[in-house]
Design a protein around this ligand. Structure first.
Ligand SMILES: *[C@@H]1O[C@H](CO)[C@@H](O)[C@H](O)[C@H]1NC(C)=O
Ligand SMILES: *[C@@H]1O[C@H](CO)[C@@H](O)[C@H](O)[C@H]1NC(C)=O
Ligand SMILES: *[C@@H]1O[C@H](CO)[C@@H](O)[C@H](O)[C@H]1NC(C)=O
Ligand SMILES: *[C@@H]1O[C@H](CO)[C@@H](O)[C@H](O)[C@H]1NC(C)=O
Ligand SMILES: [Zn+2]
Length: 503
């Protein structure tokens, strides 16, 4: 009797586990992706079947045949379902600095908030708390995948803490282990074994998080031996992505497609993402197209810091969207897509106005902005299974309350999301078919404890930075004079109405 009993008691447990892994979303407006046309396909009152981590069915009407046993049926009447957003440039560990640097400049940022300063005050557990809170912030905003340029890899403990936070969050993080020298602390050489140790972490295998590489030493003065070593490690350990900060022009940390091509590492099967690429040359753009590598436009960052984006409008076929320092502005790709859509329209219109003519058509559609925020991110990361609702795709999904005051009255769901929705309208988020947000709240088990820990950590570190004197701007940088831009004044009359920073 005993063995049979054993089987009988085991069976229902096994079935429960299977049934919880299958969800049918019914009667929602689905913004699906059509791989043939490479465009969107809107299905009204559509059905999406998710089994485990994958989308296994997308239907215009009630799915034919039997559903997997125990499928949860979720009614999406009055709701819109979209893929999760993809952020291809982020520094997640810095979350504790939120609102502390609202008027900072890029040069001040390096000397005050970057990984060249923070490690002298931060413990590894601070990195964990800050990274985890930042990932819940992203998930809450419907960002299911992010390419993290993880500059917190200044020690084994700090690196591991940030990686553990990615894994514990449940988000899909392309965790870009950063190889950088930090004066007085660590050299690139010290980091080779640390990178190897991170790659060997067993918990990484069971997680949507993957190991990537971030490196800013490609140009203008590359250390070729260092690059060969990093690339051999990246290829040996199957780094999912390689990313770099590319800022030509007066900024001078070029890391351009030309730099990487000159070292014969551009045309490789690993994706390479160039963040900003604000001063991309025509030759660089051509190299990106020939090798199918992408840039990450971070619209708000490039406006906040003055990296600008004088030419990015012309390379949107090899572009994705990113956030950068979410401590200084919005964390959601929806806002980036909206800013970028209107900025592109502005730029193209201005070109017409400058000829003393008037625009008669509109240069960029909401569908294009939506694709940049979703599918183009997947293409940048060379992940054909991401960035859209289609059969075989990963079940990274966002559900919008389309009866909210913001959306009520919509006809076009793409315009509804791109131009009228906000993070507040995001009712639910799934990564790999698992609920991260539900009923408008983060449901990840770790969130309440993470919030408490994060608040204590933030309070302590914010006090340190509040008391840290502001460094004066340097007189020059990269051979260029550093000057104060003309300030605006919203108050009438003489004087400097710049105002206060309330930290
Ligand atoms: C930011 O604002 C504060 C307070 O007005 C000021 O002291 C500081 O110099 C400003 N920083 C920059 C980089 O403009
Ligand atoms: C790290 O330091 C070495 C030795 O000074 C230097 O050759 C190399 O270019 C530096 N790497 C980066 C990424 O700055
Ligand atoms: C890298 O990928 C190859 C081929 O898929 C595999 O054989 C190898 O074990 C992987 N190495 C690591 C360290 O995961
Ligand atoms: C890139 O590599 C592929 C295959 O390895 C090759 O077919 C192609 O011609 C190369 N492209 C460039 C621009 O080098
Ligand atoms: Zn950055």
């Amino acid at each position: 009797m005993r063995p049979i009993n054993g089987i009988i008691t085991l069976l229902p447990v096994f079935l429960t586990a299977v049934s919880a892994a299958s969800i049918l979303f019914k009667k929602g407006t689905v913004i699906a992706y059509n791989k043939q046309t490479k465009g969107l396909r809107v299905i009204r009152e559509g059905y999406v079947l998710v089994e485990n981590d994958r989308i296994t069915g997308v239907y215009d009407s009630v799915p034919p045949g039997r559903l997997p046993p125990g499928t949860d049926v979720v009614d999406l009447s009055g709701k819109i379902i979209t893929p999760g957003f993809i952020d291809t440039h982020r520094h997640g560990w810095q979350t504790v600095f939120k609102t502390m640097a609202s008027n900072t400049t890029l040069l001040e940022f390096f000397g005050r908030y970057s990984s060249f300063v923070a490690p002298f005050f931060w413990s590894a557990s601070d990195v964990y708390d800050s990274q985890l809170a930042g990932l819940y912030e992203a998930l809450n905003a419907g960002v299911t995948s992010s390419l993290d340029h993880a500059t917190h890899t200044w020690s084994k403990d700090a690196a591991e803490a940030g990686l553990n936070a990615c894994i514990d969050s449940g988000a899909r993080v392309f965790w870009g282990f950063t190889f950088a020298n930090i004066t007085g602390l660590v050299t690139v050489e010290d980091l080779y074994p640390v990178f190897r140790q991170m790659a060997a972490k067993p918990s990484l295998k069971k997680s949507p998080t993957t190991l990537a590489v971030a490196y800013d030493g490609w140009g203008p003065n590359p250390n070729v031996a260092e690059i060969d070593k990093i690339m051999s490690l990246a290829l040996e350990l199957n780094a999912s992505v390689i990313t770099t900060h590319s800022l030509q022009g007066p900024w001078g940390f070029t890391n351009s497609p030309e730099d990487i091509d000159a070292l014969s590492y551009l045309n490789i099967s690993t994706p390479i993402v160039f963040s900003h690429a604000s001063f991309l040359t025509p030759a660089g753009a051509s190299l990106l197209r020939q090798t199918n590598q992408y840039i990450s436009i971070t619209p708000e960052s490039e406006m906040h810091y003055g990296q600008a984006h004088p030419v990015s409008y012309n390379i949107q076929d090899q572009a994705s969207l990113g956030i950068d320092t979410h401590i200084t502005f919005s964390t959601d790709i929806l806002t980036q897509a909206r800013i970028w859509l209107q900025q592109t329209r502005y730029e193209r219109y201005l070109a017409v106005l400058k000829q003393d003519k008037l625009p008669g058509t509109n240069p960029m559609s909401v569908e294009q902005a939506f694709l940049l925020a979703t599918r183009n991110g997947a293409l940048a990361l060379r992940r054909d299974d991401l960035g859209g609702i289609f059969i075989g795709g990963k079940a990274d999904l966002v559900i919008w309350d389309a009866n909210s005051p913001a959306l009520l009255g919509w006809v076009d769901p793409v315009a509804a999301v791109m131009l009228h929705a906000s993070v507040g309208d995001i009712e639910a988020v799934l990564v790999d078919g698992k609920w991260m947000k539900k009923g408008g709240k983060i449901v990840a088990k770790g969130w309440p404890a993470a919030r408490t820990r994060f608040l204590a950590t933030a309070k302590r570190l914010q006090a340190v930075w509040r008391d840290m004197p502001l460094p004066p701007p340097p007189a020059e940088f990269n051979g260029h004079e550093v000057v104060a831009p003309e300030r605006v004044d919203v108050l009438r009359g003489p004087g400097d109405g710049y105002g206060n920073i309330y930290i």
